[in-house]
Design a protein around this ligand. Structure first.
Ligand code: ADP
Ligand code: TRP
Length: 321
């Protein structure tokens, strides 16, 4: 079973990215034939500065390796190192209706936020379909917001398969973990770098503390009992604590005497403790960039084998000999 997922190297990772996507991707190494890549071409839709893109790709590679991506257990590469994906993107474009792309929530949201629509942004889901279909992916672990893109991939694959009367493309399924489908941000809305409500995965201690201390709560006093049910601090604690610890925390909420500041410090300790082992590995890779580039090149050579064979068959099928 092939499991494929990509993540855009478009900025600092937050714990929403980690629990919503990265953790699932890393776990998939043990469950099937994982193909994980840095969606560097996709990042061009938002990052248009050369130095920044280079930095983001390197950092994303470092981050993935730090949290446990193992280049021997999976195929791990940067999207732009395997160019067949762009060729497939063009073949698929000719089987993608405008209406299908016009209905994409992610595109509509970005336009509503004032991002100027260009063709790259509009056709983003076609490139994503190419990523998925090029490697015969069965399962695509993603956050909820990406589910529609996997649906679009299935639509495009179906159109293509029907047109050429073939089953060349495997129809992929998205996989969303309902428990952590949407990690809330410090203001209670979906954590997202575009809302400025994130908690970094690898920020400095000082920065993470500032972010945690900024979590929005109601204004109950120290001597009042508090409700954990709708509390943003508690919701984030759920990601880091076991049942017993959560029970204990619920009791602290119910007992007057502590304020939200105390609960925030408990959460902060949990976050620091959780990411500390990854931090160490991260420092190793940052100090050894050559090793990181070699790992990506090795992954690209593995991905290329699958991609070039698939494109050979596809060119033949459509009449490009
Ligand atoms: P952002 O919203 O910060 O721009 P991205 O769109 O780059 O994040 O998302 C990268 C991956 O992380 C996607 O698979 C997305 O579904 C997941 N993800 C992002 N934010 C969250 C969140 N708050 N909860 C769960 N998953 C998330
Ligand atoms: N669009 C995805 C995101 O923003 C990244 C991505 C690109 C992807 N190609 C993919 C995810 C293929 C899964 C499969 O998170």
């Amino acid at each position: 079973m092939r499991i494929l997922s990509g993540i855009q190297p478009s900025g600092t990772l937050h714990i929403g990215n980690y629990f919503g996507a990265i953790q699932k991707i890393v776990e998939s190494q043990e469950k099937g034939d994982l193909f994980a890549f840095l969606a560097s071409y996709h990042a061009l839709t938002t990052v248009k500065d050369k130095e920044l893109l280079e930095k983001n790709i390197f950092e994303a590679a470092v981050n993935f390796l730090s949290v446990g991506i193992d280049p021997e257990k999976c195929t791990f590469w940067a999207q732009h190192h395997v160019k067949e994906v762009l060729e497939l993107y063009w073949l698929l474009s000719n089987h993608t209706s405008m209406g299908l792309l016009e209905r994409a929530h992610s595109y509509k949201d970005k336009v509503a936020k004032g991002i100027i629509a260009n063709h790259g942004l509009f056709s983003y889901p076609v490139l994503m379909a190419a990523d998925i279909l090029l490697y015969d992916s069965n399962i695509v672990p993603v956050g909820k917001d990406q589910m529609q893109h996997v649906e679009i991939t299935r639509d495009i694959a179906n159109s293509f398969n029907n047109h050429y009367k073939t089953d060349i493309f495997v129809l992929p399924e998205s996989k969303v973990d309902e428990n952590v489908a949407t990690v809330p941000g410090t203001d209670g809305a979906k954590m997202s770098k575009s809302y400025g409500n994130t908690i970094d995965m690898f920020g400095t201690k000082k920065r993470i503390k500032k972010q945690v201390m900024g979590i929005v709560t109601d204004s109950k006093e120290l001597n009042e009992p508090k409700e954990w049910e709708n509390c943003n601090i508690y919701k984030l604690c759920e990601l880091f604590m076991n049942e017993e610890e959560l029970k204990e925390l619920q009791e602290r909420y119910a007992t007057p005497g502590e304020g939200y500041g105390h609960f925030k410090l408990t959460l902060l300790d949990k976050i620091n403790e959780y990411f500390a082992p990854y931090q160490e590995k991260r420092e190793h890779f940052i100090a050894n960039p050559k090793e990181v580039h070699e790992i990506l090149a090795y992954g690209a050579s593995k991905a290329s084998k699958v991609a070039s064979e698939k494109m050979r068959v596809l060119r033949d099928l459509v009449g490009l000999i």
